[in-house]
Design a protein around this ligand. Structure first.
Ligand SMILES: *Cc1c(COP(=O)(O)O)cnc(C)c1O
Length: 391
């Protein structure tokens, strides 16, 4: 029998072009040539998950009561551990039963939330440059993304005043992200308050992505969106154990805040997935109960790396924002280079992989992103190699 042409659905055919394809190809070629690659392109912690978390999984995996389907919303004991952690870390009170939802990593919740609230033609406000899941999840639900550019002159925060009135009227949901990927910028409580006021005025659900709230430097702890008056009445906060505890492979996160928003997300989840393996939720509890010394130790490592990379790049004459959080360094491309040509030049001449800023959205053009998920020795070597070839 002859086959027939298989066609993707429009939602797949209209996915935005993958802007990292060119750099991926160059990287593969360099590896094939035997180049010693220093990868500053990935945002995935290189350090292992702390031992007590692994031990708890080992123990819990053997318990037959965890071998059955979990509840889609998560074990109440895990959700209580989240509420305790929020109280301790942010002085925010949450009802574990109705204001906390367990997620299979925060990406799962971010990807699913538009399905609960967005109808075709509804607008979603999306920061750009930003995490690509926000606009893609919006498009999958039939919504339209309105990109809020993150510009240097606004401190790389969305300018709410610049959002046209008719767009604000049609908007049903807004994503914000602090500490930010890719710029590493941390929003203040004043900014969150402006977002809450704007959301109240225009009846917009706010989804704050706080995946990096625990990767901070110089002892300056980023705020939770929920610390601001009225925040719980307009939205939710996404959180993850991935970055805080080196658990990206484990797939566990959570969302907290507005009950009805969470139950909408829960309705999607209960029809599409069956929750997080309970043994992993047990391990997640062990993570949330860890002494701050453990996370202080991880923060110290990232900060030392930042303090090798940023001054090193500045000595080469590059314009670099000093990150206060997250593990990204947002570098202005030198004169005569675009994001793509700068990334290509560095990779081709030095074997150092970086990410072109425009891959996170057009307003990221003119920047490249580097990560500190590599040892300080390798970061120092990367700076040295770039210094040798120059621009
Ligand atoms: C890494 C990341 C996430 C989510 O990670 P999970 O592993 O799915 O929890 C969410 N948002 C941003 C901006 C990220 O960089």
């Amino acid at each position: 029998m002859a086959g027939f042409p298989i066609e993707y659905a429009r939602r797949i055919k209209t996915l935005p072009p993958y802007l990292f394809a060119a750099i991926d190809e160059m990287k593969q070629k360099a590896i094939a040539r035997g180049v010693d690659i220093i990868n500053l392109g990935i945002g995935d912690p290189d350090l292992p998950t702390p031992t007590p978390i692994i031990e708890r999984l080992r123990e819990a995996a053997g318990n037959p009561k965890h071998h059955q389907y979990p509840s889609y919303e998560g074990m109440l004991s895990f959700r209580s551990a989240v509420a305790d952690w929020y109280k301790r870390r942010f002085a925010v009170s949450l009802d574990p039963a109705s204001e906390v939802l367990t997620l299979i990593g925060s990406k799962e919740g971010i990807g699913h939330i538009p399905l609960a609230f967005i109808d075709p033609g509804d607008v979603v406000l999306v920061p750009s440059p930003g995490y690509p899941v926000y606009p893609v999840a919006t498009a999958f639900a039939g919504g339209e993304s309105y990109f809020m550019p993150l510009l240097k002159q606004n401190g790389f925060l969305p300018d709410l005043q610049a959002i046209p009135k008719d767009i604000a009227k049609r908007a049903k949901l807004m994503f914000i992200n602090s500490p930010n990927n890719p710029t590493s910028v941390v929003a203040s409580k004043e900014f969150f308050q402006r977002v809450v006021n704007f959301a109240h005025e225009h009846r917009i659900i706010v989804c704050h992505d706080a995946a990096y709230s625990e990767i901070y430097f110089d002892g300056q702890r980023p705020a939770s969106f929920l610390e601001v008056d009225g925040a719980k009445d307009v939205g939710i906060e996404f959180h993850s154990l991935s970055k805080t505890y080196n658990m990206t492979g484990w797939r566990i996160g959570f969302a907290v805040g507005h009950k009805t928003v969470l139950s909408g997300l829960g309705k999607v989840k209960s029809n599409l997935d069956s929750g997080v393996f309970q043994a992993i939720q047990e391990a997640g509890m062990a993570a949330l109960h860890l002494d701050d010394q453990v996370t202080d130790g991880l923060r110290k490592i990232y900060q030392e790396r930042r303090d090798v990379l940023v001054p090193g790049l500045r000595k080469l004459g590059l314009e670099v924002e000093m990150p206060r959080a997250a593990f990204y360094v947002w570098v202005t491309t030198p004169k005569g280079y675009t994001s793509a040509s700068c990334t290509a030049h560095i990779l081709d001449q030095t074997g150092v992989v970086t990410t072109p800023g425009n891959g996170f959205g057009q307003p990221g053009e003119g920047y490249i992103r580097m990560t500190v998920t590599t040892s300080k020795e390798r970061l120092a070597e990367a700076v040295e190699r770039i210094g040798k070839v120059g621009f």
